[in-house]
Design a protein around this ligand. Structure first.
Ligand code: FAD
Length: 168
C-alpha cells in the first residue's frame, strides 16, 4: 500500500535543506527557539520581523519532522469536530480555539502576499463527509455546533455540489 505522502509529497519532502551548523560557542539572543518545524520557523519569522534577535535550534534539519508530513490544508474547523470541541473545552474556549486557527490562516495568507510566495494558496469550500461507520446524526450535530459557534455559512447537503470549484 502506498501512503498518501509518498504519492503526493509535501514541499518539505521535495526540498533538501542543508544540515544546520552546530552551536559550538556561547551566543546571546532575545529569544531562543528549540524546534525548526513550522511552529518554530513561524515564531522565529514573526520575532525577527519585530526586531528581536533570535536563535533557532534543531537536532535535525529544517521542517524535517511532522511538518514534512503535512497535506497542506488549513482550516479553522479542528480535526476532532466541533461537537467534541465544545464538549472538551466548553463553548467560550472552543470559540477561542477556532479564532486562533482563523488568525493563523490570516497570518499565513499575509506572509504569502508580503513575501510573494508562489505556493498556490487558495481559499476553497470545505466539506465534512459522513464515513460509513459514523452515526447518521453526526452531520446534524456538527451543523448545530457550527451555528452555535458562529459559523453562519454552513449548510447540510445531500451531496457536494462544488467539486468543479475544488478542481479548478
Ligand atoms: C500525515 C499528516 C498530515 C498532516 N496534514 C496537515 C494539514 O494538512 N494541515 C495542517 O495544518 N497540519 C497538518 N498536519 C499537522 C502538522 O504537520 C503539524 O501540526 C505541524 O507540522 C507541527 O509542527 P511543529 O513545528 O510543532 O512540529 P515539527 O515539525 O515536528 O517540528 C518540531 C521540531 O523540533 C525538533 N526537536 C524536537 N525536540 C528537539 C530537541 N530536544 N532539540 C532540538 N530540536 C528538537 C524536531 O527535530 C523538529 O524539527 C499533518 C500531520 C501529519 C502527520
Amino acid at each position: 500500500m502506498q501512503l498518501h505522502h509518498q504519492i503526493n509529497p509535501s514541499y518539505w519532502q521535495t526540498v533538501s535543506f542543508p544540515p544546520l551548523p552546530a552551536l559550538r560557542r556561547d551566543r546571546s539572543a532575545d529569544v531562543c527557539i528549540v524546534g525548526a518545524g513550522i511552529a518554530g520557523l513561524t515564531t522565529a519569522y514573526v520575532l525577527l520581523k519585530n526586531g528581536f534577535k533570535v536563535i533557532l535550534l534543531d537536532k535535525d534539519t529544517l521542517g524535517n519532522n511532522e511538518t514534512a508530513r503535512t497535506s497542506g490544508h488549513l482550516s479553522n474547523v479542528l480535526d476532532e469536530g466541533l461537537t467534541q470541541l465544545i464538549s472538551t473545552l466548553g463553548e467560550e474556549s472552543a470559540r477561542k480555539a477556532i479564532a486562533s486557527h482563523t488568525d493563523a490562516m490570516e497570518l499565513i495568507e499575509k506572509i504569502i502576499q508580503e513575501e510573494k510566495i508562489d505556493c498556490d494558496f487558495k481559499r476553497v469550500e470545505g466539506y465534512l463527509y459522513l464515513s460509513p461507520e459514523t452515526n447518521k446524526d453526526y452531520l446534524n450535530q456538527e451543523l448545530h455546533s457550527a451555528r452555535k459557534l458562529g459559523f453562519s455559512d454552513v449548510e447540510l447537503q445531500a451531496s457536494p455540489t462544488h467539486f468543479a470549484d475544488l478542481e479548478a
